[in-house]
Design a protein around this ligand. Structure first.
Ligand SMILES: Cc1cc2nc3c(=O)[nH]c(=O)nc-3n(C[C@H](O)[C@H](O)[C@H](O)COP(=O)(O)OP(=O)(O)OC[C@H]3O[C@@H](n4cnc5c(N)ncnc54)[C@H](O)[C@@H]3O)c2cc1C
Length: 411
């Protein structure tokens, strides 16, 4: 393999994971070609919680300073009973989070994070971002990997030393690998829908939220049949709402439609004000939650899957994007630290990332059980939350939010 080809990084997909990977590889001196099928990068209208394990990496890559003017530092995560609206627990964030975990806990509009990443990418001459370019095939030869990229109906082969599949939960890179090796799997519908709406803070719905939630916090309303997370975005001008219910499979895509009756039914025995907020907040878009659990995330020939393409998860721990950011940063650093043998770096990367992601998956599963608990289990949960000091609730999250790549790799 020529030196130039072996250093060329080809990334498929310019979502949060792909854009972060482009910056992380460029930072370590690799030329990057990044292909995105959409003509224009449009972030689905929704918010994101960005915990310190992710913002620490964004700070290193020069993204955080661009995001901060638009982001909000919530003062706490507050859990409330959706029927009584009683506060069940409060985990302090704000300054306390920054002191404890060494980087800020933020909430932001997804579009603002994407814009900050894009701005940083645009400043790097070593990153070539091509939009309207869909990767339709990959091939491996003794010289490296190559991707077939279709732009305006024309197909071109693009060669490189490493191909990073950052093309999301319905990844075509993963599908291609699944056709060749049983270790790669299709995504699975989780049987749940994520409903999303953004309301202006001054609207009737926004004012109800101000009464039943906390304007400067992440508020999660818990109920056996559903839960809803609400927090301010766009410097407090809007409130992001994400509600989760069971539901039938709908068409794949970030902003789909499902029968609104499912959501109205899910909130029918919650507090009247919460049900009213949900009714006023439309139009809601629906996202069919798919997960990806597979034996491998890498192929030794020089292919790595990162972010949702590797391990899409339900958002009960609010960590999907954060895991993509961690994946991207660690992959670039390991490839740079062990030059000459990408196969070894890929194996080391996968072995280091897998236990971390699995622990996050377990935390998400625990949150789902706790948040949707009913009857005696809900009573026990409320008792535990009421008696556990806030300091202990924060300490329970040290492994997650205090994670540092340097320590995980022990460089
Ligand atoms: C309701 C909800 C709330 C969430 N909240 C949080 C949260 O608070 N915090 C958090 O960390 N995570 C959260 N997540 C998870 C997070 O949104 C995802 O994990 C994250 O967006 C995945 O990023 P990605 O870059 O891996 O994939 P994507 O964002 O899906 O990006 C993939 C990109 O690849 C492109 N692409 C696909 N195929 C091709 C191809 N063949 N050729 C070229 N380009 C291609 C796509 O167009 C897309 O731009 C949430 C998810 C949901 C549904």
């Amino acid at each position: 393999m020529t030196e130039t080809r072996s250093r060329q990084i080809v990334i498929v997909g310019a979502g949060i994971a792909g854009l972060t990977a482009a910056l992380a590889f460029a930072e370590r001196g690799f030329p990057v070609r990044l292909f995105e099928q959409a003509r224009q990068l449009e972030a689905a209208g929704a918010g994101l919680q960005l915990s310190p394990n992710a913002t620490r990496i964004l700070r290193r890559l020069g993204v955080l300073e661009r995001l901060l003017p638009e982001a909000i530092r919530p003062q706490a995560v507050v859990l409330k009973d959706a029927r009584s609206l009683r506060e069940l627990a409060r985990v302090p964030l704000g300054q306390a989070a920054e002191q404890r975990w060494g980087a800020p806990y933020l909430v932001a509009h997804r579009a603002d994070l994407q814009a900050a990443l894009m701005e940083a990418v645009a400043e790097r001459p070593d990153i070539e971002l091509v939009t309207g370019a869909r990767v339709t095939g990959i091939a491996v030869d003794p010289q490296g990997i190559s991707a077939t990229v279709e732009t305006d109906g024309k197909a071109t082969d693009v060669a490189g030393g490493l191909l990073v599949g950052a093309d999301g939960v319905w990844s075509s890179v993963r599908a291609e690998l699944a056709g060749r090796q049983a270790a790669f799997m299709k995504s699975r519908f989780s049987g749940r829908l994520a409903w999303r709406a953004t309301v202006a803070a001054e609207s009737a719905a926004g004012q109800i939220f101000a009464e039943i939630g906390s304007a400067d916090c992440v508020t999660t309303f818990l109920h056996p049949g559903f839960h809803m997370v609400a927090y301010p975005v766009s410097k407090g001008r809007a409130v992001n709402l994400a509600a989760f219910t069971k539901g039938e499979r709908i068409a794949e895509g970030w902003s789909g439609h499902a029968d609104p009756a499912i959501l109205s039914k899910a909130v029918h025995d919650t507090a009247a004000m919460l049900a009213r907020l949900v009714a006023l907040a439309g139009p809601w878009t629906a996202f069919p939650m798919h997960t990806v659990q597979q034996q491998r995330w890498t192929a030794p020939q020089g292919i790595a899957l990162i972010g949702d393409a590797a391990h899409a998860m339900t958002p009960f721990a609010a960590q999907g994007a954060a895991m993509g950011i961690e994946d991207a940063s660690m992959l670039a650093n390991l490839i740079a630290d062990f030059p000459g043998d990408p196969t070894q770096s890929l194996t080391v990367w996968e072995n280091l990332r897998r236990p971390r992601v699995e622990r996050v998956l377990k935390r998400g599963a625990l949150n789902r059980l706790a948040w949707h608990a009913w009857g005696p289990v809900a009573i026990a949960r409320n008792l535990v939350l009421a008696t556990r000091p806030a300091e202990k609730l924060a300490a329970d999250l040290d492994w997650l939010y205090g994670w540092e790549e340097r320590k995980a790799v022990r460089r």
